[in-house]
Structure formats: C-alpha cells, structure tokens
Design a protein around this ligand. Structure first.
Ligand code: NAD
Length: 266
C-alpha cells in the first residue's frame, strides 16, 4: 500500500507540539501541504514549518485560538488565501485542567470544554463549508474532505479527577459520529482517533520514572506510545487507503481500553 497526499492541503490544530507536530510532519512527508496551527507557541510552530519547507515540503504556521469563533473563521480564510484549497482537517488541539469535582472551578470546566469540544465543532464547521464548496477534486482524493477528530481513550474510560476532560472527549465521540452521519452523503469522511498514553507534554508527569511503571500496568502491550504511533494513523485516515472508513474511532492505546485490570480474575 502506497499512500500519497500530493496536491492536498491539511490543517492540523495545536501542531506546535506533541501529536499535532508529529501529525503535521507525517502528513507533509506523505506529500500534503500543511497548515500548522498554534495558539500561544508561535516559535516551535514556525520552526516546524521551516523544517518541513527546508526538506522539500510545503508548510505555513498560523496562529488561532480554536475556542474562539472569530479566530477560527480568520484561520480558515487565511488557509484559502495561502493555498486555495483545504482537504484534510486534523482537529487535535486539547488541554487538561485537572481537579476533583468539588474543587473544580467553572473556568477550569469551561476552558476544557471550550478548547477540546467547542474548538473541534468550530473547526469542523468551517472545514465543512469549504469541502461543500469544493466538492470532490477529481484525481486528488475520492472524498470531498476528511476530518479527523483527536479524542482519547477517555471517550470510553471514566476518569476521576478529570471529569471536564473525560466529558469533553465523550462529547467529541458523539460530535464525530453525528457529523459523520450528517455529511457522509456529501462525500466528507469523518473519523476519530482515541490515543491511550502517548509520550507528550500533556502527560509528562505520568510517563517518566516511578509513575511510568504504574502507568504500564494499564497498558497490556507494555510500552508508552510514541507520537508517530498516532501520526501514522492520521496519515492513513486522511488518505484514500481508508476510503470506506466512516464514523469510526481508531483506538491507538496498546490495549489500554481492554480493561487490563481484569486479567486473571474478573
Ligand atoms: P500537547 O499539549 O503537546 O498538545 C496540545 C496542543 O493543543 C498544544 O500544541 C497546544 O498549544 C494546543 N492548544 C491548546 N489550547 C489551544 C487553543 N485554545 N487553540 C489552539 N491550540 C490549542 O499534548 P498532546 O498529547 O499532543 O495532545 C494532542 C491531543 O491529543 C489533545 O486533544 C489530547 O487531548 C489528545 N490526547 C493525547 C494523549 C496523550 O497521551 N498524549 C492521549 C489521549 C488524547
């Protein structure tokens, strides 16, 4: 199987670090022109764009807070100015603001829902408007557009101390599936990725030292994931190699969602 995303334009939100940066790199390596969205970290986003451009790819770094409607609309207008098309959206931006429910402030709740869920809605809505106008670009892709929602195993596994985060990802699953149901007949493919524990800034405190040992008890496959584990799946879901995959969530978690605590007893 050979994957080429040549002549396609991909937006990856929250691509200045972690899974977003790895996805942008992998999409560019597959031939896509890439928009690297960042919120506050302009320098690493621009450095990544420079790296991709220097290695023969095409990339631009564009700032926008995905939880703000005006920012998102400006971002998508800038993408059309820069490239003229959009074919792939990886709605990846996300954050955590952890607290026990009794201590959780409304600001912590709203910030997580605003970025992780509303941000994905706003970006998907803007992308869909473009996909609908464009239609299927013959010779470029079988679909008029592809949307990949970055969810989490916590769309399935409840997470005490993180109810805002788990709620946002549960919402992402229903956003993704309802959207897929709504727009498939317009030849737009919408899917999700649910990573388990992947080594990035978001979980640095639990993927090192003694905490990592504890974490590995929850991962039957016996290792923490690397950003490339997710980025490879992003490329596949963005490509025609997955053309019949619609409304699915791909769990990339080393088996974390198999409830490994039940091994040997039950
Ligand atoms: P990360 O912190 O490196 O990346 C998150 C990115 O989102 C950052 O680049 C950040 O700047 C961006 N972001 C935050 N607020 C934003 C806003 N308002 N507007 C635009 N961008 C914003 O962590 P990561 O692990 O790469 O996370 C990427 C996604 O993967 C998130 O949605 C996260 O929930 C999900 N995820 C990660 C893991 C994991 O183990 N790393 C597991 C499950 C799900």
């Amino acid at each position: 199987m050979q994957i080429s995303l040549a002549h396609q334009v991909a937006l990856v939100t929250g691509a200045s670090s972690g899974l977003g940066a790895a996805s942008a790199r992998a999409l560019a390596a597959a031939g896509a022109s890439v928009v690297i969205n960042y919120n506050s970290q302009a320098a690493p986003a621009k450095a990544l764009a420079d790296e991709i451009n220097a290695s023969g790819g095409k990339a631009v770094a564009l700032g926008a807070d995905v939880s703000k409607e005006a920012d998102v609309e400006r971002l998508f207008a800038q993408i059309l100015d820069a490239f003229g098309y959009l074919d792939i959206l990886v709605a990846n931006s996300g954050l955590q603001r952890d607290a026990a429910v009794v201590d959780m402030t409304l600001e912590q709740w709203n910030t997580v829902i605003g970025v992780n869920l509303t941000g994905q809605f706003l970006c998907a809505r803007s992308a869909l408007k473009i996909f609908n106008r464009q239609g299927v670009r013959e010779g470029v892709s079988c679909a008029a557009g592809k949307i990949i929602h970055m969810s989490s195993v916590h769309q399935l596994i409840p997470w005490a101390g993180h109810v805002n985060y788990a709620t946002s990802k549960g919402g992402v699953e229903m956003l993704m599936r309802s959207l897929a149901q709504e727009v498939s007949e317009q030849k737009v493919r919408v899917n999700g990725i649910a990573p388990g524990a992947i080594r990035t800034a978001i979980n640095r405190d639990v993927t090192q030292g003694a905490a990592e040992k504890q974490l590995l008890k929850l991962i039957p496959y016996g290792r923490v994931g690397d950003p490339e584990d997710v980025a490879n799946a992003v490329v596949w879901l963005a490509s025609d190699a997955s053309d019949y995959v619609v409304g699915s969530t791909l769990f990339i978690d080393g088996g974390m969602s198999l409830y490994p605590e039940f091994r040997g007893n039950g």
